[in-house]
Design a protein around this ligand. Structure first.
Ligand code: NAX
Length: 327
């Protein structure tokens, strides 16, 4: 069998952790030949729940699962990690200002970034799921100066998968007949799900669905899908979020399908006018284990305004964490 891979996951006692860990241990990420070590990070209040999950992992008797350990110290958990899912974060609670939220998360993602810098394996790949995901990823990345910046990404694949599913339902085609969708910008309400280049069953999406829907209700439905799930389920997206994080990491390691792209929040190289270094969602392909931003897409005025609005929000968040001394 292949060499064992060490996967670290923070927030292991939470609901996304519960939805992700069994799939990671069963081989959904790296296939049926790669042995897995799981390293679980929690805060003291979450350790017992993570221990329960670890007991259940034992009870699955997964052939690939070599070991599971739990710790509250990121320096211990990230030792030798090849892959890190940073899921645990400080949620916004009543009365919390945005600066309180950013500073509480800075207190998490700063130390985690330093721990990754000092202890992770040379090939470390990081995805941040915990919100505000893009800016938390930026904080971790800036605190890990010895790790190449492009190894830090944030999850917009859930938004992307939602955008695919909702378009396919509207056009009444199977999801694999849909391609060329992009989520731009921040994983927030300002995100821009863009159908300008999307294809539905071989034809431009904007010929297959009402273009007013595509640039109106559709954008809102995708951007507010998280709220729709909370209303229906009574708690936030968990299995779909775990699934998207695994899709993101699998594509990163093993490559996107030929002629297809996905959406990834990654450090900008200035493409499409997004300021350098900002962790913003782009159309991207994974080639030889590295994300490449899809180049040369035409951006019309509607798209330009939408992208700029979300990027402005990201710039504001960067400014705020900079002022707080977090980056
Ligand atoms: P839960 O509250 O169920 O679990 C979070 C877990 O993280 C808890 O067990 C908590 O003890 C732990 N935790 C908190 N701070 C930690 C730290 N410093 N180190 C290690 N563990 C820590 O939340 P869950 O539903 O699992 O969601 C986790 C995060 O994902 C939230 O921030 C949520 O907003 C975010 N989401 C992001 C999405 C995305 O598309 N980017 C979508 C899904 C999700 O809402």
């Amino acid at each position: 069998s292949a060499q064992a891979v060490t996967i670290a996951l923070s927030g292991a006692g939470g609901q996304i952790g519960y939805a992700a860990l069994f799939r990671l241990a069963s081989g959904d990420l790296l296939g049926p030949k790669t042995p897995i070590h799981l390293r679980l990070l929690e805060i003291p209040q979450g350790v017992s729940a993570a221990e329960g999950t670890a007991l259940e992992l034992t009870d699955c008797a997964f052939p690939l699962l070599q070991s599971v350990t739990i710790d509250t110290d990121p320096n211990v958990v990230f030792e030798g990690a090849n892959i890190a899912f940073l899921v645990g974060a400080r949620p916004r609670t009543a009365g919390m200002e945005r600066s309180d939220l950013l500073s509480a998360n800075g207190g998490i993602f700063g130390p985690q970034g330093r721990a990754l810098n000092d202890h992770a394996a040379d090939d470390i790949r990081v995805i941040v799921v915990g919100n505000p995901a893009n800016t938390n990823a930026l904080i971790a990345q800036r605190n890990a100066p010895d790790v190449p910046a492009e190894r830090f990404t944030a999850l917009t694949r859930l938004d992307h998968n939602r955008a695919v599913g909702i378009l396919a339902a509207e056009a009444d085609v199977p999801v694999d007949s849909v391609s060329g969708i992009t989520i731009w910008g921040n994983h927030s309400i300002t995100q821009y799900p863009d159908l300008s280049h999307a294809i539905v069953a071989g034809s431009p999406a904007l010929d297959m669905v009402d273009p007013r829907w595509a640039r109106g209700a559709y954008i809102e439905r995708v951007a507010k899908r998280g709220g729709e799930i909370i209303e229906a389920r009574g708690s936030s997206s968990a299995a779909s979020a775990a699934n998207a994080a695994i899709d993101h990491m699998r594509d990163w390691v093993t490559g996107t399908r030929p002629h297809e792209w996905t959406s990834v929040a990654l450090p900008s190289d200035g493409s499409y006018g997004v300021p350098n270094g900002l962790i913003s969602s782009f159309p991207a392909r994974s080639v030889n284990g590295q994300w490449e931003i899809v180049q040369g897409l035409t951006i019309d005025q509607f798209s330009r305004e939408r992208i700029d609005a979300s990027v402005t929000e990201l710039l504001d968040e960067r400014e705020a964490v900079n002022a707080l001394g977090l980056i």
